[in-house]
Each structure stands twice: as structure tokens, then as C-alpha cells.
Design a protein around this ligand. Structure first.
Ligand code: DNO
Length: 356
């Protein structure tokens, strides 16, 4: 297992030097935020980013994300050209040493929270989700709440260049069936997987976050059956899952440890996002500190399941709370993620020694 921390090259409040000092962290999960979905990531930019990261003593083996252009998701004729660009980007990244790509195929919206800084009892702040509140939002209210909530920080997956077309895109999907949507996914996977094989590059699709439908959009990956369906679309081992424990765990019907065990033992989990959540109803939750006792997910069971299934991919501590008055992008400060990393290291060591 290799531990990485997500790092934003566009003015992250967390520096590479700080990340380097977190025990057992070998690299970052990163991306080129200014390149719009559908465009090729130029080789010089990829190398420059990698060299900056290497100069700080860290690796750039994980990219999160190469976003998939909406026309590919919609299955429009322009998809062939956009997929060709995606493959060019894959080649440029592989040449620079990238081994794993986290991406998603969620239509229109990436992740969403109804509150980015919910005050918790202990004085910390965490991201939270209320399904009723979310269902009442118009698209404009939603954009407004995410943008206002994040202050001056850009949010991954909420790149302003997407906003203009979102309403039209939501409308478009009202007539797209779940089956049609999956055939568009298959078209994409069948095109890129031969290159993923050739380039030794693992792909981990990120689950829907939250795992409940909004604006009547097609759902992608939110439970064991949909993960199976997604992975069966293309049988390459490179077609894998990013096991995001918080996203899958938000659906109370999901046994995250069992999902981890099943898909890791098939070698289909290249990347894990470990975080905990506390349910406040069947659909609502707030994010919590990483340890099992702080939320509803048994992190020990999940780590044990991964280990006993022979998982040897990348793990990153996912969203942290805002603690110790840190000012940062919601979910992505230094302190709570560093605590999360230390906790994961402890769990990993305990599980591995116990097995002997
Ligand atoms: C949110 C992240 C997601 C994730 C993408 C992957 O904090 O987990 O934005 O990076 O869905 O494409």
C-alpha cells in the first residue's frame, strides 16, 4: 500500500513540504486544474508538475481526476475526438510515471454537500448532506451554495467553466435511460482500456457522491450491484473502482467492508479514499474524523478486508474536518487529513502484524 494526499497545484494552502513530513506518505494525488475537460494535458505541463512534486521528495503516481467531457457522457458524435484527447493525456501521464487515475462518470454534477462547514459539538466543522435540503434546491441555488460555502477556494469538480451548460445538460439527461447511459460508459471504457493495458495504468471510477439521485440524473456507481455492472462493462483489470468509503457508506444498505473484500480480491480496486461519516437519518450525514468510533463506518474492518484481499494500491485519507482554526479548501486542509493519515498507518500496521 502506498499512501498519498490530495494536493491542488493552484494555490493549495497545504504545501508539498508539509505533506512530505506526514509519516508514511509517499506522494500526492493531483491534476492540472486549469485544463478544461476534453483537452489534452500538454506533456511539458505534466512534466513540470511531476518535477515540482519530485523536487519536494514526493511521487506523482496518482492523478485525480482526468475529467470526462460531458459530450462523452452524453454519447454525442464529438465523443470520438474527445476520447482521442483523453488517450493522448493518458499517454503523456504514463510517460511521466503516472500509474493510477481516479475519475468519475457522474452526469453534470461531481460531488455535492448541502453544508460545507457544519459546526460539530467539539468545535470542529465538517461537510454535511441533507437530502431534503438538496432536493429543494434549484440548480442556481446549488451552485450559489457551493460557491459561497467555499469562499475564495476553488472546488474540485465545480470548475466554473462547467456552470454555463449545466441546466441544458440536466434537461438533456431527462430523456436518457439508465441503460443508454451505461452504453455510453461502455463506449468510453472500450476505447480507453486497451491503452490503459498498454500503459500499465489503473483506472478507478469514483462512486456517486452522495449515492442518491439529484435532478433525476442517471445514477452510476452507488452500491455493490452497480459496481459489478460498471466493472463488467469492460473486463480489463485496469477497469477498476476507487473505493470511496464515505460515498458508498452514505447509503446505509452498503456493507463497505464486504464491497472492499469482494472487489479487492479480484484486483479491481487500485485506489481507496478513506473517510468516515456519521448518519443523522437514512439519507443524511455529516463527515467525521477518521477513526471508527467517530462515525458509523468500521474503518478497522474495511482496512482488514482490503489487506486480507491482497490490496496493494494507493490509499488517501479523504476529506478532513476543519480543525484548529485552519483556513483551507473545504475538506482539504492539512491538520485533520494528517491525523487521518496517521490513523490509517496505525490501522494498516496493526492489521498486518496481526495476520502473521
Ligand atoms: C471530492 C472528490 C471528488 C473526486 C472525483 C473523481 O472531494 O472525492 O471530486 O475527486 O469525483 O473524479
Amino acid at each position: 500500500m502506498k499512501m498519498v494526499i490530495r494536493w491542488f497545484p493552484d494555490g493549495d494552502t497545504v504545501t508539498l513540504d508539509q505533506i512530505r513530513q506526514i509519516p508514511k506518505v509517499s506522494g500526492v494525488a493531483t491534476f492540472l486544474p486549469d485544463i478544461p475537460a476534453g483537452e489534452v494535458w500538454p506533456k511539458e505541463r505534466v512534466y513540470a508538475l511531476r518535477n515540482e512534486i519530485r523536487a519536494a521528495g514526493l511521487e506523482m503516481e496518482v492523478i485525480e481526476s482526468i475529467n470526462v467531457h460531458e459530450d462523452i457522457k452524453k454519447g454525442l458524435p464529438s465523443r470520438d475526438m474527445l476520447i482521442a484527447n483523453y488517450i493522448e493525456t493518458m499517454k503523456n501521464l504514463a510517460e511521466a510515471g503516472v500509474k493510477c487515475v481516479c475519475y468519475n462518470f457522474m452526469p453534470v454534477l461531481d460531488w455535492f454537500r448541502s453544508d460545507l462547514f457544519l459546526p460539530l459539538e467539539d468545535g470542529s466543522f465538517a461537510m454535511a448532506y441533507s437530502h431534503d435540503a438538496a432536493k429543494k434546491l434549484t440548480l442556481d441555488n446549488m451552485l450559489d451554495s457551493m460557491m459561497r460555502g467555499s469562499g475564495d477556494f476553488s472546488l474540485p469538480g465545480w470548475e466554473p467553466e462547467r456552470f454555463g451548460k449545466m441546466a441544458e445538460d440536466i434537461e438533456f439527461y431527462q430523456n436518457v435511460s439508465q441503460d443508454e447511459y451505461f452504453s455510453n460508459i461502455k463506449y468510453f471504457l472500450d476505447a480507453i482500456m486497451p491503452y490503459a493495458e498498454e500503459l500499465d495504468m489503473d483506472f478507478g471510477v469514483h462512486p456517486d457522491d452522495p449515492p442518491f439521485p439529484l435532478f433525476n440524473l442517471p445514477k452510476v456507481v452507488n452500491c455493490k450491484d452497480s459496481i459489478r455492472r460498471y466493472l463488467d462493462l469492460n473486463n480489463s483489470k485496469r477497469n477498476g473502482l476507487t473505493l470511496c468509503t464515505g460515498s458508498l457508506g452514505a447509503n446505509r444498505g452498503n456493507d463497505v467492508a464486504a464491497i472492499a473484500k469482494e472487489f479487492a480480491s479480484e484486483g479491481r480496486i487500485p485506489f481507496v479514499h478513506l473517510r468516515n461519516i456519521k448518519h443523522t437519518s437514512d439519507t443524511d450525514f455529516h463527515e467525521s474524523a477518521h477513526p471508527s468510533d467517530c462515525g458509523d463506518l468500521d474503518m478497522y474492518e474495511i482496512v482488514l478486508a482490503l489487506q486480507s484481499a491482497g490490496f496493494d494500491g494507493y490509499i488517501r485519507p479523504d476529506h478532513g474536518r476543519k480543525i484548529w482554526d485552519e483556513e483551507s479548501r473545504p475538506g482539504y486542509g492539512l491538520y485533520d487529513r494528517a491525523l487521518g493519515a496517521a490513523y490509517i498507518t496505525g490501522l494498516w500496521e496493526a492489521c498486518s502484524k496481526q495476520k502473521v
